[in-house]
Every structure is written in C-alpha cells, then in structure tokens.
Design a protein around this ligand. Structure first.
Ligand code: SAH
Length: 690
C-alpha cells in the first residue's frame, strides 16, 4: 500500500551514550513549553513528564528530544512537537477507562503518552517500517496497553470500535466518515482539518447520539492524512511544507517518499556539473538570473575560498555583461566605504582607520576578496566615462564606534556647533568602546540610562539639516547620514541582544535589508549581495520562521518577488577558516562530513563533486518536490565547533523554497587570510597598502 523505504536509516530505539539527565530535561520542558502555554490536564502533564521521548527518535537527534519542535523519524516522517501531543491529549478529555484510537502512530511517542492516561490505545500507521519500530519501542519500554497497527487510519479500526476518543495526527480535508461511525456516544475526536499544507484548523467533535458538536481549537499545521477517506498521494504531493503549531519547519509531506539514493539520483540528473571554478560554465546560471534586480550569493561558511572565488566569477560576469553596478557585502559600512573609495579612485571620506580590523578579520581581509577588489578597480578605470562606476558597500551594523567617528568628522567639516552637540550625545557610549556588548548588559541589568535619545537626536538633526549640509558634497552627506543611522541601529542592536536573540537578529537583518533597498533604489543597475546563506536564503523556509525570525532573503523575496534571485552555496568537507570562540584567533579547521539527515548528504550521494542546480524551474517539479522534505542544513559562521556540530551548526530547512539555485562543491578549502600587521597599530591602508 505504500512506498517502503528499504534504504532508510535503521531506527535505533535506544539512545546510547546519553550523558545528560532526560528526566530533568523532561521536567523543564513540561514547564517551559507545555504548562506555560496553558495545558492543565494533570494526567497529560504527568504522562509528558514520564515518557522518554529520546527513545522514540534516532540517536543522531536524541539530544534535541526535549526541544520545542518536531524531529525527523524514519520514512521521512516526524515525531510531533511535545506541546502538540499535550494539546491534543488534553482536548481529547481522556479519563482512565477510555479506549483510544490514534491515527498516525509515527514514532509511537504519542501513543505512549495516551497510553499512560487511558485504558487502551490502538495506533494506526500507514508506513510499515514505522509500525515495526514504534511497536518495538513500546514493547521495550513496557507500554503494554498501546498497540500499533499497519493500515489506513482513515478507515478507523473496526475490530476495536467504538472508541471514547480518536486523535488524528495528520491533517485531512474533512473528518473521515468511518471515524465518525466508530466514535462512541459522548466520545471526542480531535483532528486537524484543512488544506494539504496550510490553513489547517484543529477541531474537536463531540458525539451526542447522532449529532456531532464541533468546536475549533485554533490554527495548526500537520502532515497530510493520506488514505481512502483522506488525501490521495497525488494531491498531497506538491511543495508541501509540513508542519505543526509554532514549528513551521517540522513535519513533511508524505507522498512519494524516496530512498536517499533516489533523491540523490534525481539531483544527479538535474545538476549542471563543473570541474573547476575557472572553467565552470556559468552561462546558464547567468541566463536564469536574467534581469533580476538583486542577486543574492550565499555561502555555508564564512571561511571557504571556493565560495569567494566562484562568487567573484559570477559577480564579474554580471557587472561586465549584464549591467550590475553594486556589490553589497556582509561587512561594516565604513570599512566597505574605504574599499569603495579605492575602486572608484576617490579620496576616502572620514578619518583614517584600519578597515576590517574587527573580529573576524579574515572574512574580508583575505586574498580572495582583494582579487575581486582589484578587478573592480580595473573595471572602473577601464570604463571611466562610458559606464557608471561600480560601487562596493557594507550592509552590516556592527560599526558603532567607527561610524560615530565618521559622523563627528563630517559634522566637524560642515557645522562645528552641531559637532559639539553630537560629541556630547555620543559621549554616552564612550565607556563601552572596548566592549559594546557590555553596554547592552549594563542598560538591561543595571538600569543604566540608555544612550538612545542622544543617538536618535543626532540622526534626526543631521537629516533635518540636509539642505545646509549637502552644499559641499552630497556623497559625504549621504555617507555621514548612513553612519548616523548605523550608530542608532547599533545602539539598539546591542541593547536588544539582552532581550533575546530573535529581536536582535531581526533588527540586524532588517537594517541590512533597508540598507540594500536604499542602495538599490539609487543604483544605475542591479545589486549583487554577498552574505551567508542564513541571511540570503528565504528564512521563511527554515526553522527561523518558527522562532519569529526573518532575514534579508525573505525580505527581498517579499519586496522584489522574482526580481530577487537567491543562490545558496554548500560543501561537505575540507578545511575552513574559523575561530573556536568569539574574538578568538583564526584557525584552519577540518570540516566534518555532513550529517546523514542533511541536504549536504543528499548532494554527496549524488556522486557529482561540483554542480549548479536550478531550483526555481517550474519544470523541475519532481526535483523540487523530492527536495521539499525538510532536512538539516549546515551553517558555519565565523565560529566552527565540530565537537558540537549537530547542535551548533545545523538547522532545519526546505531547501528548494529557500533558494532559487544551489551551488555545490563537495570538497573545499580555507580562505587565505592577509596579514593584519596594521590592525593594532597605525592604520594600514587595506586593500591598497598590501
Ligand atoms: N503521532 C506521531 C507523529 C505523527 S506524524 C508521533 O508521535 O510520532 C503523522 C503520521 O501520520 C505519519 O507517520 C504518517 O505516516 C501518518 N499517516 C498519514 N496518513 C495516514 C493514514 N491514512 N493512516 C495511518 N497513518 C497515516
């Protein structure tokens, strides 16, 4: 009846080597994720506080068993988020004598929870390999009043009917009539109803003789219910993102599941292989980019040479032959402005300082970047007068103090009185120059008066005096105004860091997007962005969405639609330049082989060492749909901790929705950092002092 995935990883039912205390984590989870959201049923809280969830998932992900999200299990399915299990069990109003039917047994976890509250549980599952593994765990753990049955749960389980409660853990178009028939008088049925992927509603039906009283319990997202009285496999197929409440990245579509080699074979068929960065035929990619207004080029690490070099090739082609005129990167504004002055042969605005001296220096102070910068300078020189000069801009907001200096230097040159006022206002920040993060801490925990009014007033005063100040040089004014904005946003950024990472992440990505948008609106041609995949891929297709985070890619998608072209880059192994701790020295580290449940592993298994893969193509329905099963994706930033890789460097994503195109290089090497001798002493003149 269904596609049995012979090559699926064996589901191991124990989590050997668990060196943390599951009971403690469970107790914490009950308070943090379940009681806090209003679940009160004592039996439910006790059951969730008892069932060892780590035993129902593969050891690979056991360490996440008590996090607030669903996790992958065999057959491409997911184990429900604990909160959802609790919510549904409470809604089913179980009492100790109840006979319960669960449709969608999955890992067996939900059945175990129900079995601790009710008398007897029958759990039906359509994937045969899940049936045997769930049965095995339940037996081993002694949940003897729960049975798992292989079959189509939309037809119920007549031999054990009627049921006092029916819990359906997959979303269907309507309540299957067979289930209504099998509900006892007074019985409750809890089930998500709605479209295959979105706009589902959790409903509870209560049987009173021949009538059913229906109640809505709120919006949810579940995997599709597939069967005779549910969805057909065909309908459930396209692009389903799958999901559960508050965790939009979990779950998955159920139809057409392929063994890993199946997906990898499909990738191999669809990929455009290349053998070297220099000789790669980027023509088809450039054609697909077409006349997009913004092209976002990502990277899965901040320290991989190949990513820089290949992005440089694409960038040069877009500039030379397709009218692009700006390169905007994930660096600070004043630092990038020095490079901009260099490539446009202008005198730098603002006081001398050492660009890219802030940790992580190797991110832009590397051989690969200098090669691009040299090319940009030569290009601008060769086309002086016949084409608009290409600009180089920084989108980030970490330059609190260099931007402050730039604003003051500008005001000194146009309005010394205003400069004095600004100096006093900015003085509020001075004690924190060595450690701006400590500023946020002091405001939040010690009640220090925030410097916000002063930095905001400086920005508004500057903008209000535009007419007077642009008199001399409009570029200098614009530059100073942007620096004043960076100071204001950075001040907020360092403060919000202490309220939570979601706020500060959103503030930073919103700042980067607003900066990009402002640049794009003034640019003569298109803009090319270089940032990490986690910024430039559409965040709504990743677990960021469940945390309420947005990013540059998502904001571009919303603002530009198909006029934004999002390209992700990834790798399996090799070396990477990264630090072990924030502020620590750069090291060349070996990258671990990618995780068995990751997209990277699918690409390794394609057997093609380097390729471009077009994902937006509507013709590639099968590829997109196969890749739409949420998987892990690796992100290495400026810090790489291979020891805790799964926890620190993987997130869940639906890759074909995240990117329009993906570029794969199975083996890669670290960027070549440049000396930083000037960094601590007198300003060195990157990039021209090298
Ligand atoms: N309750 C599970 C998670 C369920 S995910 C747990 O705690 O692990 C939903 C499950 O419903 C999937 O395993 C899917 O295979 C199953 N499913 C979908 N349609 C089904 C049907 N018609 N009959 C039985 N199971 C079905």
């Amino acid at each position: 009846m269904d596609d049995i995935d012979d090559d699926a990883e064996p589901l191991i039912t124990h989590a050997p080597g668990v060196d943390w205390d599951p009971a403690e984590r469970r107790a914490r989870m009950v308070e943090r994720d379940i009681v806090s959201r209003g679940v009160r049923h004592a039996g439910v809280l006790r059951a969730i506080g008892t069932v060892p969830r780590e035993q129902f998932v593969s050891p690979d992900v056991a360490e996440f068993a008590y996090d607030d999200h669903p996790l992958p299990i065999a057959g491409g399915q997911t184990i429900s988020q604990p909160y959802i299990v609790a919510l549904m069990a409470e809604a089913a109003e179980l009492t100790p004598g109840d006979r319960v039917l669960e449709v969608g047994a999955g890992s067996g976890y939900g059945a175990a929870v129900l079995s601790l509250i009710a008398e007897q549980v029958w759990a039906i599952e359509r994937h045969r390999e899940l049936v045997s593994s769930a049965e095995r765990v339940l037996r081993e753990l002694g949940y003897d009043n729960a049975r798992v049955i292989w079959g189509d749960g939309t037809l119920g389980f007549p031999p054990a009917a009627p049921f006092d409660a029916i819990v359906v853990t997959a979303g269907g178009p309507r309540v299957p009539p067979a289930l209504l028939d099998q509900l006892a008088d007074g019985g409750r049925l809890v089930m998500p109803i709605g479209s295959v992927t979105r706009n589902q509603e959790l409903v509870r039906l209560r049987r009173d003789g021949d009538t059913f009283e229906e109640e809505s319990l709120g919006p949810v997202r579940f995997v599709p219910l597939i069967g005779a009285q549910g969805y057909s496999e065909r309908v459930a197929e396209p692009e389903a993102e799958v999901l559960t409440v508050a965790a939009p990245m979990s779950g998955r579509r159920t139809a057409g599941v392929r063994a890993p080699h199946g997906i990898s074979a499909l990738v191999a068929e669809s990929a455009e292989p290349f053998s070297s960065i220099v000789s790669a035929d980027i023509g088809p990619l450039i054609e697909r980019i077409g006349d997009a207004r913004v092209v976002l080029l990502g990277e899965s690490t901040h320290g991989t040479s190949e990513f820089y070099r290949l992005r440089a090739r694409i960038t040069e082609e877009l500039i030379a032959h397709h009218g692009f005129t700006v390169v905007a990167v994930e660096s600070d504004w004043p630092d990038a402005a020095r490079v901009d002055a260099w490539i446009r042969r202008r005198t730098p605005i603002g006081p001398p300082f050492t660009p890219f001296a802030r940790f992580p220096t190797w991110m832009w102070r590397n051989r690969e970047t200098v090669e691009l910068v040299d090319w940009l300078r030569d290009y601008n020189e060769a086309h002086e007068g016949d084409r608009p000069p290409v600009r180089f801009c920084g989108l980030d907001l970490y330059s609190l103090f260099t931007s402050r200096d730039e604003v003051l230097a500008f005001l000194d040159s146009v309005d010394t009185d205003a400069a004095e006022v600004a100096r006093t206002r900015y003085g509020c920040l001075t004690p924190w120059e060595q450690d701006p993060a400590a500023y946020g801490r002091a405001v939040v925990s010690e009640g220090l008066v925030a410097c916000e009014p002063g930095v905001v007033a400086t920005l508004t005063d500057l903008l209000a005096n535009r007419m007077d100040y642009v008199d001399g040089d409009v570029h200098a004014f614009d530059d100073a105004a942007h620096n004043a904005l960076v100071v204001a946003n950075a001040e907020r950024y360092y403060r919000t860091m202490y309220y939570g990472s979601v706020e500060s992440w959103n503030l930073r990505d919103q700042h980067m997007f607003d900066t990009l948008r402002a640049i794009e609106q003034r640019a003569a041609g298109g803009v090319i962005v270089w940032e990490h995949n986690s910024h430039i891929g559409d965040g709504s297709a990743t677990e960021m969405a469940s945390r309420g985070e947005s990013n540059v890619g998502q904001l571009c998608r919303e603002a530009y639609g198909d006029d934004a072209y999002l390209v992700g880059f990834g790798t399996d192994r090799g070396t990477v330049a990264a630090a072990s701790t924030w502020g620590g020295p750069m090291e060349v580290k070996s990258i671990r082989h990618s995780h068995s449940l990751s997209y990277e592993r699918v690409f390794v298994d394609s057997g093609i060492p380097a390729f471009f893969m077009h994902l937006r193509d509507p013709e590639r329905r099968e590829l997109r749909s196969e890749l739409s099963t949420p998987r892990l994706e690796r992100a290495i930033g400026v810090i790489y901790r291979p020891e805790t890789e799964l926890q620190s460097h993987y997130f869940q994503a639906v890759l074909p929705r995240q990117f329009d195109e993906y570029v794969w290089l199975v083996e890669t090497s670290a960027v070549v950092p440049l000396p930083t001798h000037g960094v601590l002493g007198a300003p060195d003149l990157y990039p021209f002092g090298l």
